[in-house]
Structure formats: C-alpha cells, structure tokens
Ligand binder design. Structure first.
Ligand SMILES: Nc1ncnc2c1ncn2[C@@H]1O[C@H](COP(=O)(O)OP(=O)(O)OP(=O)(O)O)[C@@H](O)[C@H]1O
Ligand SMILES: [Mg+2]
Length: 198
C-alpha cells in the first residue's frame, strides 16, 4: 500500500482546482481552502489544502485536538504538511439535504446548537457554520466538519441567519424542501454580498 505522503504528493492542483489525483482516492468534497478525498479501502479521508492554504493544516489539527470529541466531530488521525487524515463521515451535508429534499427537522437544528454550545465550552468560537460544514449521518446524528475558523475571536452570523431562515421560511407547510443547485448558489451569493437579508 502506498504511503499517505506519496498519495498526497500525487494530487495535483492548479490554483484551487483539482487537476489529477491517484486512483486509490475518491474526491468526496471541495471547499474554499481544500479538497477532501476518501481512501477507497478504508473509512478515512485526506483533507488536502490548496497550495495557498497549506498553513491551515496544523491550525485545524490543533482545533480538533482542543475539541477532543469523537461524537460531534470526525476523529482526527494524523496531520502532515498541508493535509489532515481523519475519519470519513458517512452522510450528507445540510446543503445536500436541500438539494435532494431530505427533510431537516427541528431536532437536527437543536443538535447543531448543542454542538455549538460544546464548542464554546472548550473556549473556542463557532464560526463558518454554513450548509456544507454541517453533516448528517445515516442515524440522523449531526457532525460538524471544517473547524479551522473556530479560533477566530468573533462568532459569525451564518448559523444564526440560517436558523432564522429555517424557522421563518423552511418550516412553513408549503415551503419547498428541495431546491435546484443553481438557486441555492444564487441565494448564497446574494446573502454573502449582503444583497439579501433574512
Ligand atoms: N470527514 C469527512 N467525511 C466526509 N466528507 C467530508 C469530510 N470532511 C469534509 N468532507 C466533504 O468535503 C467538503 C469540503 O470539506 P471542508 O469543508 O473541510 O473544506 P474547506 O475548504 O475547509 O471548506 P470551506 O469552503 O467551508 O472553507 C465538505 O463540505 C464535505 O462535503
Ligand atoms: Mg467547509
């Protein structure tokens, strides 16, 4: 079996785009700072930061270690130069729920709040809690990923605003539960450009 370092070395990025990656891996997600690959034979992922964001690997590992919780967060196995090895969360993000129509229940929203209370109790700041950073497992448990921004001094508005939109619109009886990707992206874009208030 190839060494992790060799697998990581074989992943080629051009700016923030993946150009190629080894056959032993499957890409399971991408964000603004990294791409995430599942190792085909085991339940682990490698989060590989883009060259411009490599410095975040050790910072994110430190946050996972401070959180030291294997229920609310994926277990961190290893950190290396520009990458993290962690437990694969078998599930879908809240973003995928909106895309596919899987219902997000008030209980799930309450669970996110419970995780955030735990984050604060560890002296960290819940930040960047958006639709793609909240995962739902097969047993409908909530798992948060992408914790690097928990070291920021202030909490961001994403989660309070998402919650507001959830109670104001989503819970309404005839409000759609499934949306085309393009529409979700448009709403996110308008929100981030502050052209949409909730
Ligand atoms: N442990 C995991 N198990 C399964 N899927 C994961 C895991 N970690 C990340 N993913 C998938 O990869 C995507 C990108 O990961 P992540 O959010 O860590 O990247 P990022 O670049 O830091 O994101 P952001 O744009 O929020 O900064 C996630 O939205 C999710 O779909
Ligand atoms: Mg993310």
């Amino acid at each position: 079996m190839k060494k992790i370092e060799d697998l990581v070395e074989e992943i080629v990025f051009k700016d923030n785009r993946i150009v190629s990656f080894p056959v032993e891996l499957e890409c399971v997600g991408q964000g603004r700072s990294a791409a995430v690959f599942k190792m085909k034979n085991i339940n682990q992922v490698i989060k590989v930061f883009y060259p411009s964001h490599q410095h975040l690997a050790f910072r994110e590992a430190e946050v996972y270690n401070r959180l030291s919780n294997r229920v609310f967060f994926p277990h961190l196995k290893e950190v290396g130069d520009g990458y993290l090895i962690m437990e694969y969360v078998e599930g879908i993000t809240f973003y995928d729920c909106l895309r596919t129509g899987k219902r997000i229940t008030p209980e799930m929203v309450r669970k996110v709040d419970e995780v955030l209370t735990y984050v604060r109790s560890r002296g960290l700041t819940p930040s960047d809690i958006h639709l793609r950073n909240i995962m739902l497992t097969r047993n409908n448990e909530v798992v948060l990923i992408d914790v690097v921004r928990f070291t920021q001094p202030n909490e961001c508005q994403y989660w309070p605003d998402l919650k507001k939109a959830y109670y104001k619109f989503y819970l309404r009886k005839f409000f759609p539960k499934r949306f085309p990707k393009l529409l979700i992206e448009l709403i996110i874009l308008l929100y981030r450009k502050r052209l949409l208030s909730i």
